[in-house]
Design a protein around this ligand. Structure first.
Ligand code: ATP
Ligand code: MG
Length: 422
């Protein structure tokens, strides 16, 4: 991609409404734009990041045996009355009427819709287990939408729902999803803690949150200094935990951004919605369920909260909008020709390259490259070219190496291959 053609309107000034770093940098780097409170458009750079997070999620969920579906965004009131949530969900549930005065809502989560799909198509234990997921736009009429993609009203969520014949089987899937989530967030390049959590409006009896550690996080989590145990602070306070209940060691407090949550639901939805199956002996039983959510946009924003400096974003390679930015510095025939050759060579190697082909000063190009935060930068300049060399620089840490022009693609490919190996 050529930067001169990329729709990435960068901003020099810090937008006044943006309180958090990720919100500011996503606006400044031309990745997102606000349409209404908590409602955002994704521009090409932003969308590329979202799609990379989604790709990692898909790969790991498919490997774990889950299957992708796509449910409607709009759901009728009657379905939500079956579980009592039409009454309980409160103002976060955006409701509306169609032309016949029938009531509907925009989905904030999809337990009712997926349970309806499964109950009308699963009859026997032979049809189970099932683990179904979707990646879809959700709407929650949050009281205080803020922080850009971190707390939107309209946002992209991956939601997954498991259906099993027994509590034992369902808990096994819960454990598998738990491990899968760890892989997903590790592949996104995030530092996170997994903590026990309350179940809120989703319900159920067992739940864990995946919390990306960052000072701007809205959640407080307590984590054992010695073992892996952790708990949402709210829940730990309720339960009166002052020390680790597993090993008795101290608890340390962190700020966290909840990027995902898993719930063991049991029969909370299947029972009232009559999602039954016949077991081997012909007895009718409610299906045992779990549900598992990831905020896709919030994950991208959390990555920025954890990876930035005073000049801009420092994308973790697996979710970066491009792998490398190519910067021809001067408008000089040798520079232009070398850059063009490298541009084609990189594309041939399937390395995602953005070339800053604008006729801007080196200073402006460097500033924008820092802001957008692509992990590698190849700088082609007249001075280096005289010795047949170009500069390969890492955004993170700023390490620079001078490399012969012919060797740079091979060198970069080696780095990418080892870092991107899932
Ligand atoms: P929160 O406590 O932050 O309001 P939640 O616990 O209500 O979130 P879940 O029902 O667990 O959210 O939804 C699954 C995931 O969807 C969350 O872990 C989070 O990553 C994401 N998510 C939830 N609400 C929002 C939102 N308003 N904007 C962006 N992402 C969200
Ligand atoms: Mg949650």
């Amino acid at each position: 991609m050529l930067l001169s053609q990329l729709f990435a309107p960068t901003l020099r000034e810090t937008p006044a409404e943006a309180e958090t770093i990720s919100h500011r940098l996503m606006l400044r780097a031309g990745m997102i734009r606000k349409l209404a409170a908590g409602v955002y458009s994704y521009l090409p750079l932003g969308l590329r990041v979202i799609e990379k997070v989604e790709r990692i999620i898909r790969e790991e969920l498919n490997t774990a045996g889950a299957q992708e579906v796509l449910l409607p965004i709009v759901m009728p009131k009657e379905l939500w009355e079956e579980t009592g949530r039409w009454g309980k969900y409160g103002k976060e549930l955006l409701r509306f009427k169609d032309r016949h005065d029938r009531e509907f809502c925009f989905g904030p989560t999809h337990e009712e819709a997926i349970t309806d799909l499964v109950r009308s198509n699963v009859k026997s234990y032979r049809d189970l287990p099932l683990n179904l997921y979707q990646i879809q736009t959700k709407f929650r009429d949050e009281v205080r939408p803020r922080f850009g993609l971190m707390r939107g009203r309209e946002f992209i969520m991956k939601d997954c729902y498991s259906f099993d014949v027994s509590e034992e089987a369902s808990r096994k899937i819960y454990q598998k999803m738990f491990e899968t989530y760890k892989k997903i967030f590790a592949r996104c390049g995030l530092v996170f803690k997994v903590v026990e959590a309350g179940t809120g409006v989703i319900g159920g009896s067992l739940s864990h949150e995946f919390q990306v550690l960052a000072g701007s996080g809205e959640d407080a989590v307590l984590s054992c200094v010695s073992c892996e145990w952790g708990m949402n602070k709210e829940m730990a306070t309720e339960k009166g935990h002052k020390k680790c209940p597993h090993c008795g060691k101290e608890l340390k407090e962190y700020r966290g951004i909840e990027v995902g949550q898993v719930f063991y639901l049991g029969t909370k939805y299947s029972f009232p919605m009559k999602a039954f199956f016949l077991d081997e002996k012909g007895n009718q039983k409610p299906i045992v369920m779990g549900c598992y959510g990831i905020g896709v946009g919030r994950t991208a924003a959390a990555a920025i909260e954890q990876n930035h400096d005073e000049n801009g974003i420092i994308w973790p390679l697996p979710i970066a909008p491009f792998h490398v930015e190519l910067l021809p510095l001067q408008d000089d025939p040798a520079v232009r020709e070398t850059a063009q050759k490298l541009y084609q060579g990189l594309q041939k190697e399937k390395i995602e390259v953005l070339m800053d082909d604008r006729s801007e000063s080196a200073g402006v190009k460097f500033k924008d490259a820092d802001l957008i935060g692509i992990p590698y930068r190849i700088v082609v300049g007249t001075k280096g070219l005289k010795e047949g060399k170009i500069e390969l620089k890492e955004r993170k840490g700023g390490q620079v190496s001078l490399i012969p022009v012919d060797a740079v693609i091979g060198e970069l490919k080696k780095k990418l291959d080892s870092l991107l190996a899932g």
